[in-house]
Design a protein. Structure first.
Length: 278
């Protein structure tokens, strides 16, 4: 499917963005592909209130900088989620998907919970990972993530979706950003509320299962850590401790938080430069 649309006064192509369904040993997983290149890039998103289904074009636009050089794959979480699933289990799902599609030696870019998954993918299946980007993520629990995620779980269990979306926005985005878009918060409540509440709760709990820190030395590929010092979801210190443990390249935005990947105009450019050795 080749799309063409007008966005911000500029025409852009959707780089053959496609939505597909993968079925493996009884597991169903939605995924998106886009890009004109041949080298594989696995983009692993964070905890979300929504599925990637129906979002191929918007995601292709968001990550368009990679589309010239890569074929990008974005795998959703499996459809049938067990109550005690961990981020390591989610990494195994992605490894199974990559094996099925015969993807090896890929560059991997994980954001937030996606970064937790990406760590385990690199630890358990080094043959699948060529280079690794860990964005606004952590390798072990801390007080910040436990407080924030448990609050989200509690709010969701109370079925207070307006409060959930508001709290997520306030925790993720900078104060300036939240103030600017506050008039649109009611619309966010409508469009971003979880379609599958039980699944959101299970995946939120999985955020608290990451214990990769003591195994980080098993990662064999080059790593780039990028985050925000004002992160109210996983903390900025979590990025610093990963980079210190690995002795890898790191960049931190002093004035941004968890949603630096959306707010910083040069975020994807910095990731691209690392992957392209610029």
């Amino acid at each position: 499917m080749l799309g063409k649309s007008k966005f911000g006064g500029e025409y852009f192509m959707f780089y053959n963005a496609k939505e597909q369904l993968l079925e493996i040993q009884g597991m169903q997983m939605n995924y998106i592909t886009f890009g004109k290149g041949t080298k594989p890039l696995i983009l692993i998103q964070g905890l979300s209130t929504r599925s990637i289904k129906g979002a191929a074009f918007s995601l292709a636009y968001m990550y368009r900088i990679f589309a010239k050089d890569y074929k990008i794959y974005m795998f959703d979480r499996r459809e049938d989620i067990s109550d005690n699933i961990t981020v390591r289990d989610l990494a195994a799902d992605i490894a199974m998907a990559m094996d099925t599609l015969m993807i090896t030696n890929a560059d991997v870019f994980g954001v937030s919970q996606g970064g937790m998954i990406a760590q385990y993918l690199a630890i358990d299946r080094p043959d699948l990972v060529n280079q690794l980007v860990l964005a606004v993520t952590l390798s072990k629990n801390n007080e910040t993530v436990e407080r924030t995620v448990n609050d989200w779980i509690h709010i969701t269990e109370q079925n207070n979706m307006k409060r959930l979306i508001t709290d997520m926005a306030e925790k993720m985005y900078s104060d300036i950003y939240v103030k600017r878009y506050k008039p649109f918060m009611s619309l966010l409540t409508v469009f971003q509320k979880p379609k599958n509440v039980p699944k959101f709760i299970v995946l939120a709990k999985a955020c608290l299962s990451c214990k990769a820190y003591d195994e980080l030395d098993r990662i064999q590929c080059p790593v780039f850590v990028i985050g925000g010092m004002q992160d109210k979801v996983v903390s900025g210190e979590a990025s610093l401790e990963i980079a210190k443990k690995l002795g890898c390249e790191i960049f931190m935005y002093d004035d941004l938080g968890h949603a630096a990947y959306e707010e910083a105009k040069d975020f994807n450019q910095r990731v691209y430069n690392f992957l392209q050795h610029k």
